[in-house]
Ligand binder design. Structure first.
Ligand code: FAD
Length: 477
């Protein structure tokens, strides 16, 4: 087997964790080799996750806005969906962004190796380029960033035709007449929104009593209120079993708490989550430990049980979010480059569900505060009090802030409503900076804007806000 020269830093996997680590390490003067089977960096996020799904959600949101515009005095013809063009546009966005990352990789003199890597020892990797070429290389330090894979359901085989996963669902060839989505988490709701908006009769089966398990119920309630007619059927506390393809349809047994029913759908999308995928790395050959869920065990510097090897992103633990992976990647690169203060210690990681409306949260949630019996003051600012919400048809929205009851320090926050995802970073930054209710309420926010709801929610900590009499009373405007 051919052997390459020893590398100073090898990064395995070029998703948002791996490429961010590579870019930071190169900036800090390290010689970096980045390994991934794809033509360009990007990972699941750019090729099969965040970017293609949000490109489609942008289109369906536009369609919704067109429908809503009628009551604002703007009449459009019923939009005609051209799937081929939609796909072309989505693919163009993906190609532009991944191509850009390839360009940035070259500009930073990072060696990009196409292939799949696995350990042969504590110091050596074997790379298979997928075209019959296999070679080995030694390394001083390595960062593992190979992400996660789709979680399957026992007894349900994804055939990628009738029974599909999120990757298949993002390669829209047709809009099926009907679809069952197994899983009411964020991927199920986002893809359900896309397909339902394009005319598919979408049903959802969720094992727990509601959508988005773990998310504060008031936020989920706002999604439900605005999407009463979006889905054909919703089955909570229901398991999908005995899934079988018959005459081009998928037969499913839906086992609820009290009843069992058989239904047929044109497609079934399995969206029950993702899990780490450490096996192909042959970690045993390097003595790297994983936990009972398959995550690689890391310390707060993202170092594994083998100190010259680091792990980041989906492979190293929840939450499965691109920006968490990126942050960890930068931390690991800085630790390797010898930056003494580099540590992974976030107070707040924002999460966004890009449905219509968007739901977003960061830091401590209200449910967590309740579970842990924490002394907090939760304030909720209804968007009925916001001028911007009124003029943009988003009065159902809500901004919620969670403060330490005694000190008024902001611990968590959430927003549900149009552009919630663009508002949540302000709350997240305030948490990271240890801002208090007073500081937030004294920061002048632009009018008319939805960010005013954050400032006024902070005023509510003291009992009243400019446009709300008390936190329980309705808007005065
Ligand atoms: P990944 O992005 O998974 O990248 C891992 C890379 O490693 C891949 O390119 C893979 O080919 C490569 N690889 C695997 N094995 C090897 C090997 N042996 N050798 C070399 N290379 C290897 N997150 C958000 O923050 N926002 C969103 O809106 C969002 N939407 C999503 C929508 C969907 C449908 C999905 C599936 C995910 C979404 N996510 C979203 C999650 C996000 O994609 C992941 O959290 C993120 O991509 C994790 O980054 P990562 O660097 O850990 O790994």
């Amino acid at each position: 087997m051919a052997k390459q020269d020893k590398k100073q830093l090898v990064i395995i996997g070029a998703g948002p964790g791996g490429y961010a680590a590579a870019f930071r390490a190169a900036e800090l003067g390290l010689k970096v080799s980045l390994i991934d089977p794809e033509e360009n960096p990007g990972g699941v996020c750019l090729y099969r996750g965040c970017i293609p799904s949000k490109a489609f959600l942008h289109i369906t949101r536009t369609k919704q806005e067109i429908a809503a515009a009628e009551k604002w005095g703007l009449n459009f013809k019923e939009p005609r969906v051209d799937l081929k063009k939609m796909n072309e546009w989505k693919n163009k966005v993906v190609a532009k962004l991944t191509g850009g990352l390839g360009h940035l990789t070259g500009k930073r003199n990072i060696e990009y190796i196409r292939g799949r890597a696995s350990f042969s020892s504590e110091k050596e990797l074997v790379i298979d380029n997928g075209e019959g070429e296999v070679f080995s290389l030694e390394f001083e330090n390595a960062i593992l960033a190979t992400g996660s894979k789709v979680m399957d359901l026992p007894g349900i085989e994804i055939d990628h035709q009738h029974i599909i996963d999120s990757t298949d669902a993002l390669d829209l060839k047709e809009v099926p007449e009907s679809m069952l989505i197994i899983g009411g988490g964020y991927i199920g709701l986002e893809l359900g929104t896309v397909y339902a908006s394009l005319g598919c009769k979408v049903s959802i089966a969720e094992m727990t009593p509601g959508f988005l398990p773990g998310t504060d119920r008031d936020l989920v309630g706002i999604f439900e209120k605005e999407n009463k007619d979006l889905f054909e059927e919703v089955y909570f506390e229901t398991k999908a079993e005995d899934v079988a393809v018959e005459n081009d349809l998928v037969k499913v047994v839906l086992k609820g708490r009290d009843q069992e029913q058989q239904k047929k759908f044109h497609k079934v999308l399995v969206a029950v989550g993702r899990k780490p995928d450490p096996d192909p790395l042959h970690l045993d050959k390097a003595g790297i430990e994983t936990d009972e869920k398959g995550f690689i065990k890391v310390n707060d510097r993202r170092q594994t049980s083998l100190t010259s090897v680091y792990a980041i992103g989906d492979l190293a633990g929840q939450p499965f979010l691109a920006h968490k992976a990126t942050h960890e990647g930068r931390v690991a690169a800085e630790v390797i480059a010898g930056e003494a203060g580099a540590v992974y210690d976030p107070r707040s990681i924002p999460g966004i569900v890009f449905t219509h409306p968007e739901l977003a949260w960061c830091g401590l949630t209200e449910s967590q505060a309740k579970e842990q019996d924490m002394p907090v003051k939760v304030v909720k600012y209804p968007w009925t009090a916001s001028g911007k919400a009124a003029m943009t048809g988003s009065e159902n929205g809500l901004t919620k802030l969670i403060f330490d009851e005694k000190t008024g320090v902001l611990l968590g926050g959430a927003v549900a409503g149009k552009n919630a995802g663009s508002l949540i970073p302000e709350i997240s930054l305030a948490i990271e900076l240890g801002a208090t209710a007073q500081e937030i309420s004294l920061s002048i926010h632009p009018h008319p804007g939805l960010s005013e709801t954050i400032m006024e929610a902070a005023e509510l900590f003291f009992g009243a806000a400019t446009h709300v009499v008390t936190e329980t009373k309705e808007s005065t405007t």
